[in-house]
Ligand binder design. Sequence first.
Ligand code: ACO
Length: 353
Amino acid sequence: MAIGLDDVVAAETALSDVDGLAGRLTVRGWSLDQLAGRTSAEEVLALLLGDLFDEVPTAVALGAARAEVFNRLALFLPELHDLPLYDAVRALVARLPDDTSLDTALLLVAAPAVFVPALLRQQDGLTAIAPDPALSHTADILRMLGRPANAASAAALDTYLVTVADHGLNASTFAARVVASTQAGLTSSVLAAYGALKGPLHGGAPGPVLDMLDAVGTAERAEPVLRAMLERGERLMGFGHRIYRVRDPRADALKAALGKLPPSPRIELALATEVVALRLLREKKPDRPLETNVEFFTALLLDALGFPRDAFTAVFAMGRSGGWIAHAREQAMSGRLIRPKSLYVGPRPREAA
Ligand code: ACO
């Protein structure tokens, strides 16, 4: 019996494999270090979705989808002003058609890319900037944010979106597959994934990494602050992983991307804090490898690109949407309904008196 489904194989997939002992992530036959920093968000989308639809999605089609999603949904932005950003993105996604076409798949990928910047600008009292379909996906996202964008920041955002595009049968991907197994549309599957990603045990961790760095404040304080956290039984944010027993390869990919951006006091503080954290964790748990995970460098990279911490989970959804859609298609095409059993532990019917 496996409560929580640990170690249960619930699906066959040709999409990605997470090897926690070797610290290796494989996406469709490519290791993450062959993809991150070398491919664009559009190329990885084509890699994931390529043989699951009649056509391979192109950069031109994704650009057109950004424009279409903006034209269809921008008028709903004002009525969402009182929702938290993530919930507002999810509400906009819920307005997309719910079928299994490539057109809908591309609208689902385009929606968070267009609406995270638009909603952030709305929060600041600014008008949304319409997409430019001629730009690359990441250059356009940064332009829609209204912040100065350059080739280095667009490349760093590509590395992030590629790095998080797919990661085995994580909770949100599993949720998407469960819904797809009923032959529901892609939007229904992706909305289930949005629900799962929102939780702090899944997509909600990177914000707290920055809160921890704020508490550290300066490099000299890293040791006393982190030691005090551990003595209080608190966890150091951005360290440890359920599957990886060695360093999370995604952390290295994002650290490399961060190294190509201009240095900042926060990045320097984080690098100094990481060294101290790893030393203290080894001291505290000599037998349990606790290494830096993807969330530590996600927080730093997205912060350096100008995303505020309350947008981090929605930016994760931008990257993971392609993976969710690929898994949903793969599951639906297998034709198998996912329907596990539960173990009843309640009372049995009473005998009639
Ligand atoms: N800081 C301090 N101690 C830790 C940490 C940490 N970050 N992670 C694990 N430990 C300790 C636990 O306290 C536990 O000690 P105990 O046996 O004395 O109770 C031991 O290591 C094993 O912990 P588990 O909870 O069994 O480890 P698990 O592999 O289940 O947890 C998790 C993984 C949830 C990510 C955990 O390491 C953690 O809470 N990290 C901090 C939060 C974080 O960074 N989350 C993002 C994860 S990445 C992602 O999900 C995409």
